[in-house]
Unconditional design. Sequence first.
Lengths: 428, 349, 309
Amino acid sequence: MMNTDMDRNEFKHVGKNLKASQEIKRPSLSYWKDAYRRLKNNKVAMLSFWVLVILIIMSAIGPVITKNLYGHTYESQNLAEQNQTPIMTNARSIALLANDVFEYDKYLSSYRKDKTTFKNVRLKSPGKIGFKIGNAADESWQGDKKEYQLMIEVSSSDTWSSIIEKLNNEGQRLLQEDPDFRGIKFEKKGSNLVIETVGEKWFNKTHWFGTDEFGRDLFTRLWEGGRISFFIAFISVFIASIFGIIYGGLSGYIGGKVDEILMRIVEILMTVPDMLYTILLLTVMDPGIKPISIVLIVTGWMGTARIVRGEVMRLKHSEYVVAAKTLGADTKKIVFEHLIPNAMGPIIVNMTMMIPKMIFAEAFLSFIGLGVPVPYASWGSLANQGARIFRQFPHQLLIPAIAISLTMFAFNLLGDGLRDALDPRLRK
Amino acid sequence: MKKILEVKNLEVSFDTYAGEVQAVRDVSFDLYEGETLAIVGESGSGKSVTAKSLIRLNPEPPARYKAGEILLHGENILDKKEKEMQKIRGSKIGMIFQDPMTSLNPTMTVGKQIMEALMKHQKVAKSEARKVALEMLRMVQIPNPEKRFDEYPHQFSGGMRQRVMIAIALVCNPQILIADEPTTALDVTIQAQILDLMKNLQEKIKTSIILITHDLGVVAHSAQRIIVMYGGKIVESGTTDQIFYKSRHPYTWGLLNSVPRLDIHKEDGRLDSIEGTPPDLFAPPQGCPFADRCEYAMEICRKKMPPQFETGENHHSACWLNHEFAPKVENPTQIAKKLQKEEVQMREQ
Amino acid sequence: MLKYILKRLLMALATLWVISTLTFVLMHALPNDPFTDPKLKPEVRQALRVKYGLDKPLSEQYVIYMKNLLKGDLGTSIKYPGRSVSDIIAESFPKSFALGWRALIIAVIFGMLLGIIAALNHQKTLDYLSIFIAIIGVSIPSIILGPILAYFFGVKLGWFPVTVDKSEISLFLPSLTLAMSSLATISRLMRTTTLEVLGQDYISTAKAKGLSKTQIVLKHVLRNAVMPIITILGPLFAALITGSIVVEKIFAVAGLGEYFVSTITEQDYPMIMGITIFYAALIILSILVVDIMYGFIDPRLRISGKGGE
C-alpha cells in the first residue's frame, strides 16, 4: 500500500533523542508557587479573602471616619437619638386606645408601629374605636412631639365597610385640620384589619447603621467591636499557635516516652470541654480583653500541638532530615529549620480555621455575660444586646450578626481553599 | 477456537482540567475461548485503561470512549446502558485488581463478599449461596474454609486475600477473567502460587484470562499470546514463543533484555534498562511513540506512525524496521542470541 | 476487647479526677470568696465562711471535697440556701436533656444524609448546596440563629408556639437551633469520608461484581464512611452542652444551662463547681460510650483488640 510512495531517505538512521523524551512538557513549580497558583484559581477562596480584607480595613478606619464626620465614639450616648434605624421614617406610630367594638386573634406590627395588622377581626358590639397616632417620645423619628387622637363611634347598623369608611374619613379630617398629621389609611384585607400611617422614608444621615437603646452610634460601635474581636482572635490564635508549634514540634521530634507523656497530657486536657474552662477561668478573673485572650490561648494551643506533632513525626524520617543529621545539625536546628517550615502547610490551615472559632468563642462569652466589659463593644456583646431587643429593632442584632457570620463564613471558605491549595497530594 | 471478545480500534481519552489525555490510541485485539492473553507494558502505556474499558470500569467522566468497539459475543459493550453493564460485570466478565490489601471491604466478612457476587446475578437462596461460596474458598485453596468464611479481610495475608479476590471474580463462572497486575503487590514465592492457581482454575472453569502486567517473567509462565503496549498503542503482538524468541520491535527487545536471567551471563554484570521516560499523553507524538528512546530510530519513525507489519503467522510488529527500505537489524536480545547458538549447535550435530 | 474497654475506662476516670482537681484549684485560687458583699458584717461573713468550710486550710478542703464527690455530694448552693446542688441539677437537667437528644437525632440523621448526597453528587449543584448549608450552620452561631428563627417561624409565621412547654412542637425550634452547628460539622465530615471511601479500591471491586450504585452505597460505602463520624460524637456532645447554654437563654427554657449562666454571674461557687463537674462527667461518659461503641463496630478492633489501622 505504501511502498511506492515511500522515500528511501526517510529510512536514514538517526538514533535516540533522549532530551526530547525527558523534557517535561509543563513547567515545574516550587511547592509554594504551586500552592499560590492553586489558591488564586479558587474563586470562592479569593472572594472570601477580599471580603475579610474589607472587613479589617473598615474596622480600622470606620470609627475614624465617623469621629471626624460626626464626632461619634463608641461610648457617646444621646438618649434623644435612641433606637434609630438605618432607614428612618417619620410616619407616626399607631396605638389602640379604646376598643368596645371588635375582637381579634392576633396583633402584629412593624417595629415602629407605623403599620399594624389585627388578624381575624370580628364585630362584637357597638361602641367606640379610638387610636392614638404619634408619640411624643418618638420625637427623633417623627420630628416633633405631636400626638393625635382618632375616634369614631360604631352603631349596631354598621358593617365593616362602613366602619372602614368612617375611620378613613376621620383620618382625612384630621389631615385637613393639620397637615403635619401626614395621613393614615385603614383597609380590610380579607379577615384582617390593616392600618398604615403615611410618612417619608430616608437613609439615616448621621447614624448610618442606626443607634442602640442609649443612642450610641452603631456604625462606630460595630467597627470598634471589629477591632476588638479581630484583635482578640488574631492574638489568641497567634500566641496559641506558637505554643502549639513548640510543644508539638519538640514532642514529635524527641519521640519515645517523652512524646507519649506529653501527648497523654494533651489528650486529657483536650477531653475537657474548652468552653467550660474558659467560663471557669473568666469567673475567677476580672473581665477584660486581656483575660479573654489569655483564656482563649490556654484552651487553643492543644489543637495546633497535635497537628504539628503529627507532621513532625511524618517528616522525621524523610531523607533530608537524615541528611541534615548526618551533616551534624543539632535538634533545635533540625526542628526549626527543616521540620517546621515543611509542616507550615497544615499549620497555616489550622490557624485560619481557628480564627472563626475564636470569634465565636468571644461572642459566646459575651452572650453569657463574660465578655468585654461595658462600655466597650465587641461583636459578641453587640449581638447579645441586639438579641434582647430583636423583636422591636431587628437591625441591632442583624448588623453585628451579619458581621460575625460573614467573617466566620469567609474564614471557613478561605481555610478550605488554603487546605486544598497546600495539600501536596493535589499537586498536578 | 471460538472468538469471545473483539476489540476494534479502541480510543479512550480522559478529560482533565489540563486538557485531554489520550490514554488508549487505536487498540485492536481478539480474545479466544480458553486462552490466556497477556497485555504487557510499563505504567502509562494504557494497558490498565484498556482492561477497565472491557467492563466500563473507568469513571465516565472523566473517561471518554472516543472511538472503536468492544464486541462481546457480537454485542458492543460501549453501547450498553449502565444496568446492562451491571449484568455483565461479575457474571460474564470478572476482574481482580492489583493491591489485595485494599481491594476488599474491611468491614464485611470474606464469605459475605463472595456470596454478594453470586446473589447479585443468580437467584439462589442464602443457604445455597453460602455453600457455593464455601466451595469457592476450597477451590482457591484456602485452608479451613468454614472458619475463614466468617472472618474479616484484615485477618488474611496478602496472598490469601488475592485468592479471595479470585474466588469473588470466578464465583459466577465468567467467560473472561481480567487480572490487572494480580501479582505485582505480592512476594515472589506467592506470585508463583497465585499464577498456578489461576491456571488451575482456568482449566476447571474454562475461562479465558486477560493478564495485565509489566513483568515479562510472569508472562512467560502463564500466557499463550502476548500484546505489548507502549504510549497508548500496541507495538507488538504474537504468541509467547514469537515474542520471546523472535521479537521484531526494539521496545520488546528492551523489555526482554531487562529481565534478569540466571542462564545468560553478562560480561559487565549489570541489568539493562531502557533509557528515557514514556511519552506525555497530553501531546502524544505524531510518529512512533518509542522513537525518542529507540537506538534504531530512523527519520520516518519520528514523522509517521508505523503500521502493523506482519512478521510471522499472527505475529505483528508496529515498527518501521520491518519495512523493506529499512536496514536489516538482527534481534539483539540475549534470548534470541542464545536460541541462535543452540540452533547452530543442533545443526552441527 | 476487654483490654480495650478497661484502658478506656481508666482514661475516663483519670480525666475525671484531673478535672475535679482543676476545678477545685481554680475556684480556690481567688483571693476573695463569694461573700464579698460589703454590706455583710464581718462576724456574719466569718460565720458564713465557717459554715461553708472556707476557713479550713486548702489541703483539708480538698480532701473533704474529693470525699464528698465520691459520695455524689456536690455541696449546697450559696445563692439558693438549703438546696443541694445535686437537687438543682436533678431538677433542671431533664429539660436540657429533652432538647439535647432531639438535637442529636436531627444533627446525626440530617447531617449524614446531607453529607452522603453531597459526596454522591461531587462538584455538581447538590454538592455545592449542601456545602453551603453546612457552612451556614457553622458560621451563624446559635446566638444569632436562635432569635432569628424564633422571630420568623414563631412570631411572624406563627408556626411554632413562642414559649416552650412539654409539647413536641414547642421543642422543635430550640432543638433545631441547637442542632445546626453539629449538623453542619457532621455533614461536612460525612462528605469528606464518603468521598474518601468512594475512591477506595474495594469500591472498584464492588463495581466489578456488577453491583448497582445503590447497593454499593448501602452495603460498602455507608459502614466505612460512618466510622470516623463516631469518633467525633464525643466532642459533639460537648458542643451540644455548651450550645444548650445559649439556646436555653434565648428560648427561655429553665434547664441546666440557664442555671449555669446565672450562677456564674452570681458567683455561686458550689453551684459553679458542681455543674462543671457534672457536665464534665457527662462528656467523659459519652466519650467512653462512644469509644466502646467504636470498638464494636470496627471489626479490626473487635477481633484483635488492638487499636485502629
